[in-house]
Design a protein around this ligand. Structure first.
Ligand code: FE2
Length: 350
């Protein structure tokens, strides 16, 4: 291909993206769900090849695959939302697609993982668990290539609060902290992949015990009464018990599930643990769970600004301060507006 055409194609890249064979093969053969374009080399521009509502003939399909081999088949970025929906149902394709931009890849992950975690929380069974694990394996694959890819996820947390969205947001925050705390393990490849898979799963299903709480308590739009609160405080223990049935008795999963409401002060629940008993994995989940909840509107409290939420957590002094420092740095470098911890603390002493 001439360099002139390559340059033209670079320019087109803003509006169109090149399709690869695996992705094309994942669509309905005769009736793909989005418009397809081909790059006409003789006139150096993109022209329509197929329009939604039509039907491709066998000859057209053959021609299309030839053109794909020559890197001449494109989708429009305007059809991006259709594409995200489609590819999120076959998440492994997202790794193969080298033409997507980082935020587009993240959108596909968000769509897929929120759907999977929601399905699991609606029906916490082996079947929904396997589907969630399969998609989490793709996430792990994507993250181990560059652990700081978590930052792009942090910029796109769900703004609303329900159990699935909260689970996703907390998991991303926990994962972002985890890769910083254990960054050395990643750089020296000491990390055991199976262990990391379990850590990630533990983060995503840490609130699984909430699924057994009475719906009227879980969905209540006002503050909980004392007896209702008592019921809710059982959810880490209930979740922990559910892990046996799900065949998930691993410390990397048990810790986040059972200990995510513990506090450094020893007055959390259910164990009122502190010090060494409160493991790093559990501390990470506790910070992430609390912080994620603070960023969204809940029945009993309004969403807080990321900086204000961190400031409050530091003042309360119930969580690992080192982790709060990491969290603050992370949000700052991910271009999420948060002021330095030292500044916030200084302001307090003034
Ligand atoms: Fe919880």
């Amino acid at each position: 291909m001439s360099s002139k055409i390559s340059t033209e194609k670079d320019l087109l890249n803003e509006e169109f993206y090149q399709v690869n064979k695996a992705i094309l093969g994942s669509f309905h053969k005769y009736r793909p769900p989005l418009n397809i374009y081909k790059f006409k080399e003789d006139v150096s521009r993109v022209v329509s090849f197929y329009e939604v509502g039509g039907r491709l003939s066998n000859e057209q399909i053959e021609e299309m695959y030839q053109l794909v081999d020559e890197e001449l088949i494109f989708f429009s970025r305007a059809d991006y939302s259709i594409y995200v929906k489609h590819i999120s149902h076959q998440l492994d394709l997202v790794i193969l697609d080298r033409n997507l931009k980082e935020h587009e890849i993240v959108d596909v992950f968000i769509d897929a993982l929120t759907r999977r975690v929601r399905a699991f929380l609606e029906e916490p069974l082996a079947r929904t668990l396997t589907l969630l694990q399969d998609d989490l394996a793709v996430l792990v694959e994507y993250l181990v290539e560059d652990i700081y890819r978590t930052k792009a996820f942090l910029r796109r947390l769900h703004p609303t609060h329900n159990l699935a969205e909260h689970s996703f947001n907390s998991a991303i925050l926990a994962l972002s902290l985890y890769v910083i705390v254990y960054a050395k393990d990643f750089s020296q490849e000491r990390l055991v992949r199976k262990k990391f898979d379990r850590v990630v799963l533990g983060f995503f299903i840490h609130d699984v015990g909430m699924t057994k709480m009475p719906a009227f308590v879980r969905d209540k739009k006002t503050s909980l009464a004392n007896d209702e609160m008592q019921k809710v405080t059982r959810h880490p223990t209930v979740g922990y018990e559910m892990l046996t049935k799900l065949d998930l008795k691993y410390p990397e999963i048990e810790e986040p599930v059972l200990r995510h409401h513990e506090k450094m002060t020893g007055n959390g629940y259910p164990g009122k643990i502190s010090g060494k008993d409160f493991t790093m994995l559990a501390r990470i989940m506790a910070v992430a769970d609390t912080y994620a909840a603070m960023l969204t509107n809940r029945a009993y409290a309004k969403a807080k600004d990321p900086a204000v939420a961190i400031k409050e957590l530091i003042q309360k002094n119930e969580h690992d301060l080192g982790l709060l420092g990491h969290l603050q740095n992370l949000l700052a470098t991910a271009n999420i507006s948060v002021r330095p911890v030292t500044e916030l603390l200084g302001e307090e002493s003034n």
